[in-house]
Design a protein around this ligand. Structure first.
Ligand SMILES: C[S@@+](CC[C@H](N)C(=O)[O-])C[C@H]1O[C@@H](n2cnc3c(N)ncnc32)[C@H](O)[C@@H]1O
Length: 210
């Protein structure tokens, strides 16, 4: 069972160590434990936590294997931010920042990352109050946080400094892209969703207000 799950992780994320896999399995257990007390993800998705949340997050590594500095906005129960922090924990110079305004969820993130042996960089505040605290990441992520026009607006301060954004998006993403075009000009790459929990991963860069 474990070796099948490890192989599937490698297929989705690219190369990671067995220790990293073990940390993700531990994180899954901690997540389930805390989920009995606080709402960390839609209960209907918990049966398939590994595939729908953990692998769905882990696939981002393949899209930016050399990026060292990551910022996840609205991390919630840790998707994709905590998963990326675990995947990159053994990589020298890597740092993954998680911004989550809900204090209970932020406490969960700190506690869970500590428990699996990964130094947490969790900012328990709104993204709008965080711009000065983080510096410029290579990659900004956000999953299930806001429609694309608002995501671009919220992350613009980093994207205009050269960061790339990777946003998981659902089936009606084309409408969101069109709506974004009313306010923004930007470069867009559509990446296949290898897990199929969302529909696509949009890579957004170089936004300019029209
Ligand atoms: C729907 S949840 C998604 C959580 C996670 N990204 C996922 O895909 O499972 C959105 C999260 O963003 C947080 N959030 C909403 N607005 C925020 C803001 N302005 N700054 C930081 N976090 C925010 C909420 O507290 C919530 O935990």
């Amino acid at each position: 069972m474990d070796s099948a799950r490890f192989s599937r992780l490698l297929e989705i994320s690219g190369p990671v160590s067995r220790e990293t896999f073990d940390r993700l399995v531990a994180f899954e257990g901690i997540f389930r434990r805390w989920s009995r007390r606080i709402n960390l993800a839609a209960p209907s998705t918990l049966n398939d936590l590994w595939e729908r949340h953990i692998l769905d997050s882990a696939q981002l590594l393949r899209l930016a294997p050399d990026a060292l500095k990551w910022l996840d906005v609205g991390s919630g129960g840790g998707f994709p931010g905590a998963v990326m922090a675990i995947l990159l924990a053994e990589k020298s110079g890597a740092e993954v920042h998680l911004v989550e305004s809900n204090r209970k969820k932020a406490s969960f993130l700190v506690s869970a990352l500590n428990e699996v042996g990964v130094a947490p960089r969790v900012h328990a505040r709104r993204i709008e109050d965080t711009y000065d605290a983080i510096g410029t990441p290579d990659i900004v992520t956000a999953r299930a946080l806001a429609p694309l026009p608002l995501l671009i607006e919220l992350t613009e301060p980093w994207l205009t400094q050269g960061a790339r954004a990777l946003f998981h998006k659902g089936r009606d993403y084309r409408r969101e892209v069109e709506e974004s075009g009313n306010t923004w000009r930007f470069d867009l790459v559509e990446h296949e969703d290898k897990v199929d929990a969302a529909a696509i991963i949009l890579e957004v860069s170089h936004p300019l207000r029209r």
